[in-house]
Design a protein around this ligand. Structure first.
Ligand code: FES
Length: 569
């Protein structure tokens, strides 16, 4: 039988007794008693760094987790992981999500830990932590730093980063001055915590609750509140229980749990990035989260949450309204209630049997009176996206969803930056802006570039159809078709589009078609094949990334990190 705590996973010396002796000697150098050192060891895997300002309150959070672990009879041990601060990584944080997951897997699988609390918050940290813990198979409970509070500008509430984009668009249209921008800069991120809207960070926190890897009510308490610290304390205690009961991620991350998470994503109108992250997490436990399933669930799952970027409120409003326990209670008829959670209870058992919809609030609607009856996210397929593309319908302009347009193509991010604001750009308001070579491989790292700026010469135009193999920030909005697969750099048809081509978009028919005759496409394909291939990175992690990353529908994970049962497809 495997031992517990620090006696586990001994350093190999060829003499187990010696290895035990030497480990005891070094463990005692911590200053802790033998009694303390004999308790179940709980790693606190934190993604804090000074270059991750969303995590500014992490020291207090970790201290609270430690309290909870001690109180429940465990031994808390802080084991920091690499940090991924969304706005501090070049070219994009997504390039490093898989590296974080490998770091977490190694921390948990190689060290003498019986369980873990995963402490993250910023966009890529939550999926990176969950992917790593799932692969390590160590009982783990997630806690997040929590969202920021909104700021205030001349009486108007503002918050990162939906309002960043709104003010930037105003500035580009000449409606705001540099002084106005400087003033708003100080208010967009006014407290510690993750972005104040239903962006990727908050979406992933909410989905973690629906997945059952976080304790009920843990997604939304703001970062600066006492409630946030109590969540952390409870997570510490829960991790000790999960370790004692052998509640591994494999027991929690089931097909039913992923369906619950997809339902929750649709109901909160969450970030499109979550689709990629859920596919990656599921892939680690041998489950396929496919786009067809998302589209099918989307047709019957009501949109309930009225927050920016699709609606009005901020995360503090969502929390005050009751947060995910209210959303999940409203969704009850659609959920798999038997899914086990890290609380040791099923999802159904964690929901309040005396639940009543809080009628006084406006952030969360009742299921019988939704913001939209369904289809917050839709999956498009067709000759331009044989393996699928995603559109956040709840953030799109209704008048742009059934159209045929003329393509204005940008070949790369550099090309976009060089030409989008030129006076001689041949573009009309009803064109479709197309960006390629911005996918998992081509980006590289699938940057959040799908929200292409409206060309400056079209000042006054608020939305256009934009199509790319990139991602979009969860805080953005507009008629933006994302994650086109296969991406251009992997030989997808997106590589063949030329400015002036016709493209058909029909959300009703779920269609995204390139209106170019097949013989012309064959000619362009042959021409593309004769061009020299883009050189891959030569060394280090970036080489590993460019050789092994997969397409968006497979979560942009590395092929060898997916569960053995899924490798090769
Ligand atoms: Fe960290 Fe938005 S930048 S959550």
């Amino acid at each position: 039988m495997e031992e517990q705590g620090l006696s586990r996973r001994l350093t190999e010396t060829g003499d187990r007794e010696f290895a035990r002796f030497i480990r005891r000697s070094f463990a005692l150098s911590s200053g802790l008693s033998r009694e303390a050192l004999g308790k179940p060891a709980i790693g606190i895997v934190s993604t804090a760094s000074d270059l991750n300002t969303c995590h500014r309150e992490m020291p207090a959070l970790v201290a609270a987790v430690k309290r909870g672990v001690w109180q429940a009879g465990g031994l808390p041990l802080e084991v920091p992981a690499i940090s991924l601060g969304e706005v501090y990584l070049h070219p994009t944080s997504m390039l490093y999500r898989n590296l974080l997951s490998m770091d977490v897997e190694a921390l948990l699988a190689a060290q003498p830990l019986d369980g873990a609390v995963l402490a993250g918050g910023c966009d890529k940290t939550v999926p990176g932590l969950l992917m790593g813990a799932a692969s390590a198979g160590v009982p783990s409970v997630l806690v997040v730093t929590g969202p920021m509070l909104a700021g205030s500008l001349r009486g108007e509430r503002v918050g990162a980063c939906t309002d960043c984009r709104r003010f930037w668009a105003r500035y580009r249209r000449g409606e705001a001055s540099a002084e106005d921008l400087a003033e708003v800069e100080g208010q967009l991120a006014p407290t510690a915590g993750t972005c104040a809207v239903m962006g990727t960070a908050s979406t992933m926190a909410c989905l973690a609750e629906a997945l059952g890897v976080m304790l009920p009510g843990g997604a939304s308490p703001p970062a600066v509140t006492a409630e946030r610290l109590r969540c952390a304390e409870a997570a510490g205690a829960a991790a000790v229980r999960a370790a004692r009961e052998g509640l591994t991620p494999q027991k929690v991350l089931t097909r039913g749990a992923f369906d619950n998470a997809l339902r929750a994503l649709l109901a909160i109108g969450g970030s499109t990035n979550a689709v990629i992250h859920l596919a990656a997490i599921a892939g680690r436990v041998g489950i396929r989260v496919d786009l067809d399933r998302l589209d099918a669930l989307g047709r019957e799952t009501p949109l309930l949450v009225d927050l920016k970027p699709t609606g009005e409120g901020y995360m503090e409003d969502f929390h005050a309204a009751g947060g995910m326990p209210v959303v999940l209670s409203e969704l009850k008829p659609w959920l798999y209630l038997g899914a086990l959670t890290v609380s040791g209870r099923t999802l159904g058992e964690t929901l309040d049997p005396a639940y009543r919809w809080p009628a006084w609030q406006r952030a969360i609607r009742r299921a019988e009176d939704p913001l939209q009856p369904g289809e917050a996210l839709v999956v498009l397929k067709g000759t331009l996206a044989p393996d699928g593309a995603l559109l956040k319908r709840s953030a799109a302009s209704p008048g742009l969803l059934e159209r045929t347009g003329r393509a204005t193509v940008f070949d790369s991010l550099e090309d976009l930056a060089a030409r989008v604001d030129r006076e001689d750009l041949d573009v009309r308001p009803d064109d479709f802006l197309v960006l390629r070579n911005a996918g998992p491989l081509g980006g590289p790292g699938m940057p959040e570039a799908g929200y292409l700026p409206i060309p400056r010469k079209l000042a006054g135009v608020k939305d256009m159809v934009r199509i790319s193999d990139a991602r979009m920030s969860g805080t953005a909005f507009g008629t933006v078709v994302l994650h086109v697969a296969p991406e251009a750099a992997a030989g997808g048809p997106l590589a063949l589009v030329r400015s002036g081509d016709g493209i058909e978009l029909s959300v009703r028919r779920r269609a995204l078609n390139l209106l170019v005759p097949e013989d012309e496409l064959a000619r362009r394909r042959a021409e593309a094949a004769s061009r020299p291939r883009r050189e891959l990175e030569r060394r280090g992690y970036l080489r590993l990334y460019s050789e092994r990353v997969q397409q968006a529908p497979l979560g942009a994970d590395f092929d060898f990190l997916r569960h053995e049962s899924l490798q090769g497809g």
